[in-house]
Design a binder for this molecule. Structure first.
Ligand code: 5RP
Length: 262
């Protein structure tokens, strides 16, 4: 046991635990990346081990793949799965339309490919991730290393004509070296502060040479499971137009709560 969980970790855990209920026997499931998604992977691993749940997991990063294998989930590639029943992933921000900023963990490219290849995408998040307008969290864009400074200059210049409040950007670092994604690219974090038109910005960014993908997920997420530090969860389904509230009682068992990666 690692000791008492912080309220934010409890919130992440209850969101993940509730979302695990959507996973059914035989499903092909996209497994997100990040601390909230890591809880989900652990919850699913427990169900595989204790309840005989049979699923195929398609991870969105090497980190998630390692954890999924460690907890006993059958891991396959997206090309083996071809199409997924469901993807469950975290987010850095979500708004009222369930548009998202993702990529805080640097896995936005695989996350977007996997989520888009799914019948349904469910986001799991603590309540702190909800925003009225996207953009306070720096928007990550994945760029190829060749000419990244030129790409950065072009992006900043393009932001002048976009409905955003800031246009500074920074190269994401890993210690004293540029961060390298699973696909061998770099990440630029755009400090735009507030995005007035996320759809337009996502389209414009992806038209720029050197930009591989951006962290705006527009019309991809179907439902969000929001966790609170006191064990409450709220499920908002954008297609059904429903909001369901619930509470999870949980026990911090050794298996699930020890040694959490990420
Ligand atoms: C990784 C992501 C994550 O989903 C996002 O950063 C949220 O992470 P966490 O659950 O740790 O708050 O997009 O690329």
């Amino acid at each position: 046991m690692t000791g008492e969980l912080s309220p934010i970790d409890k919130a992440k855990f209850v969101a993940a635990k509730r979302a695990a209920d959507y996973v059914e026997d035989g499903m092909r499931v996209g497994l997100g990346t990040g601390s909230t998604a890591a809880w989900l992977v652990r919850c699913l691993g427990e169900q595989v081990r204790d309840d005989g749940l049979r699923i195929k997991g398609v991870p969105t990063s090497t980190r998630t793949a390692d954890l999924a294998r460690e907890v006993g989930i059958d891991v396959i590639s997206l090309d083996e799965a071809k199409w997924l029943d469901l993807t469950i992933d975290g987010a850095d921000e979500f708004d009222g339309d369930l548009n998202l900023i993702k990529g805080g963990g640097g896995a936005l490219l695989q996350e977007k490919i996997v989520a888009t290849a799914s019948d349904q995408m469910i986001v799991i998040a603590d309540i702190g991730k909800e925003v009225e307008h996207l953009g306070a969290f720096p928007l990550p864009i994945e760029v190829i290393p060749f000419g990244w400074q030129t790409t950065q200059a072009l992006v900043e210049e393009t932001l002048i004509s976009m409905d955003v409040l800031g246009r500074q950007s920074s190269l994401r670092m890993n210690g004293d070296r540029p961060f390298v994604t699973d696909e061998g690219n770099h990440i630029l974090d755009l400090h735009v502060q507030r995005i007035g038109n996320p759809r337009q910005l996502a389209l414009v960014l992806n038209q720029m040479p050197g930009v591989v993908e951006n962290g705006l997920f527009i019309d991809i997420c179907d439902a969000v499971v929001i966790g609170y530090g006191d064990g409450r969860v709220e499920v908002r389904d954008i297609n059904e137009g429903t909001v369901v509230q619930d509470r999870l009682d949980f026990v911090e068992t050794d298996n699930l709560f020890s040694d959490l990666a990420d």
